[in-house]
Design a protein around this ligand. Structure first.
Ligand code: PSU
Ligand code: MN
Length: 312
């Protein structure tokens, strides 16, 4: 399998944490985590709590967590707890996707990696599983605005399993799934036939296939990559029922957020953080508990999949 991974000790731009490097070398399960969720997805101090909770869940499931971020112009795959705390407290950290990765490294700056950038870094380090909250997608009105997250292109070209709770309803879920279909990305429903809706366990849209166990997902990925298909696989995990939000609450909040974004002329990389922030404000933080619960759930499932993958 072509992984694009390089010898970490030879790498000028990427430092793999020794614990992560050791696990990879001995084929023990590793799960990557993104950092945009820390710098732009949650406010302080919940951002620190969710980052620590995701790592703890992965450890409890017997895998090694590797949070990915850029510190002082170097990609870090695996952060110390001091690094995580420093990142969570820091203001003005650049949101980094594939397009601006080299620019932020060249500046010696700090950067928070999106799903796209985290996938790319994971593959380069040899990590096969990555857990997040929700992926980016095609925004509502995307056919006109061309606002399509780079996360979708990355899923199309980078061989990493991504566990998520679906994509937020701020997006056009139908167009997002059309895009993934065109680009050959398997969309797997983890214990569900329907694509999950982030705050809610299900949307009206069907997945490509339902798989009910970590072993089944690992096997699907193994077959996919054995064939030489180079894309990622999206594993969509419904938010646990007891943490889900009422659909009406969310739809109303989303409509208000979209109107506010249009009124303020928000565009490009600011769109997603702006909408998430608006929703958080207008649901008076109610969405945060749901968001934390689904990240933990995706981290646990990711760790189990990594464990199953390590046995193949
Ligand atoms: N969805 C969330 N929370 C997030 C994001 C998405 O519920 O924090 C972040 C992820 O890092 C994702 C990014 O990769 O937003 C997508 O941004 P854009 O739409 O600009 O590609
Ligand atoms: Mn965008």
């Amino acid at each position: 399998m072509a992984t694009g991974s390089v010898d970490p000790s030879q790498d000028r731009w990427m430092i793999v944490h020794p614990e992560v490097a050791d696990a990879l070398e001995h084929r023990r399960p590793v799960v990557a985590l993104e950092s945009t969720i820390i710098s732009h997805g949650f406010p302080w101090p919940q951002n620190l709590e969710v980052a620590q909770a995701a790592e703890a869940v992965i450890r409890r499931e017997g895998a090694v967590p590797a949070t990915v971020a850029i510190l002082d112009g170097v990609i870090r795959v695996g952060l110390s707890s001091e690094h995580i705390e420093a990142l969570a407290q820091r203001q003005g950290v650049t949101k980094v996707s594939r397009r601006n990765l080299s620019l932020v490294l060249g500046q010696g700056a700090w950067g928070a990696t999106t799903v796209a950038a985290t996938m790319w870094c994971s593959a380069r380090a040899g990590i096969r599983v990555f857990a997040t909250g929700g992926i980016g997608g095609v925004h509502r009105g995307g056919a006109q605005s061309f606002d399509i997250s780079a996360d979708l292109q990355e899923l199309a070209r980078t061989p990493v399993i991504v566990t998520c709770a679906g994509a937020k309803a701020i997006l056009d879920i139908g167009l997002t799934l059309e895009y993934l279909e065109t680009h050959g990305v398997p969309v797997i429903g983890y214990g569900t036939d329907r694509f999950p809706g982030f705050y809610v366990p299900a949307t009206a849209y069907a997945v490509d296939g339902r798989l009910d166990t970590p072993e089944a997902v690992a096997r699907a990925a193994h077959i996919h990559w054995s064939l030489g298909l180079e894309s990622g696989l999206l594993v969509a995990c419904p938010v646990p029922a007891d943490a889900a939000l009422p659909v009406q609450t969310m739809e109303a909040a989303i409509d208000r957020a979209l109107q506010a974004a249009a009124a303020a002329g928000i565009a490009r990389a600011e769109v997603t953080p702006f909408l998430l922030d608006e929703i958080r404000r207008t649901t008076e933080g109610e969405s945060i508990g749901t968001n934390v619960a689904l990240v933990r759930n995706n981290a646990a499932i990711g760790a189990r999949i990594a464990g199953a993958l390590a046995l193949l």
